[in-house]
Design a protein around this ligand. Structure first.
Ligand code: PXP
Length: 251
């Protein structure tokens, strides 16, 4: 059975909308853990648009499951991570204008910076995951650079699934092809000796297909859970996502 890490960034997005002190991402992390989440994921962005440095310090003290921090492979971020020491760091690409992370890292083009970050983080006892597109070349390069895990970007799969409009004209063939690309990428990672996670854009509606890929051990899901939580409560929203993943894996 795979693990679910809940990304709580959007709790901080609501707080930052008013530059106040609520809702508190640490309280959200505790609720997610009580609802059965296996870990908490959070992205400390260079522009600090949601999670702040003090959140990270507080999360490190309070999270008892697993704390995964997404960040760019910059000196500033690596220094923060090696000081706070979360359980895991996921290196992601970051660009200032993006609404959210737009795709995987180009591990081949940025080998030096990524390898240096992996080395420093690993020496600090932090498990390093690289967020990459479902591209076997990127996955083999990640293994060569010494990553412990890759997180396969499911954004394209999610995008194909979540087209608005008539569900009967959903792009079934394209969705199947993209799921196959993710499956092949996951198998490539396992053959290269590294662990596999997946995330980005996954929802209650589209997670099942990806949850059936046995090689994927971890899911990082945020927006959809927090969006649902706004309407039904965070405890229920987390339990529903765990149930959706489990149902796919027991069928
Ligand atoms: N994984 C990574 C590497 C991400 O950057 C994000 C978004 O912060 C997620 C997973 C979660 O994506 P979503 O919020 O679309 O579930």
């Amino acid at each position: 059975m795979s693990r679910l890490n809940v990304n709580i960034d959007h709790i901080a997005t609501i707080r930052q909308a008013r530059r106040t002190n609520e809702p508190n991402p640490v309280a959200a992390a505790v609720i997610c853990e009580l609802a059965g989440a296996n870990g908490i994921t959070t992205h400390l962005r260079s522009d600090r648009r949601h999670i702040q440095d003090y959140d990270l310090i507080a999360l490190k003290q309070v999270v008892i499951t697993h704390l995964n921090v997404e960040m760019a492979a910059t000196d500033e971020m690596v220094a923060i991570a090696t000081s706070v020491k979360p359980d895991a760091v996921t290196l992601v690409p970051e660009s200032p204008q993006e609404i959210t992370t737009e795709g995987g890292l180009d591990v081949i083009a940025h080998q030096q910076a990524i390898q240096s970050a992996i080395k420093k983080l690993t020496q600090a006892g932090i498990f390093v995951s690289l967020f990459v597109d479902p591209d076997p070349k990127q996955i083999k390069a990640s293994a060569k650079l010494g990553a412990f895990q890759v997180e396969i970007c499911t954004a394209q799969y999610a995008h194909l699934n979540e087209q608005p409009g008539d569900p009967t004209v959903r792009r079934t063939k394209q969705i199947e092809n993209e799921a196959e690309r993710i499956r092949t990428a996951a198998k490539t990672a396992v053959r290269a000796g590294i662990k596999v996670a997946a995330g980005h854009g996954l929802t209650y509606r589209n997670v099942a297909h990806i949850a059936r890929i046995a090689e994927i051990e971890e899911f990082n899901i945020g927006h959809n859970i927090i969006a649902r939580a706004a309407l039904v409560g965070l405890d229920q929203a987390v339990r529903e996502m765990i149930a959706a993943i489990r149902l796919a894996q027991t069928k």
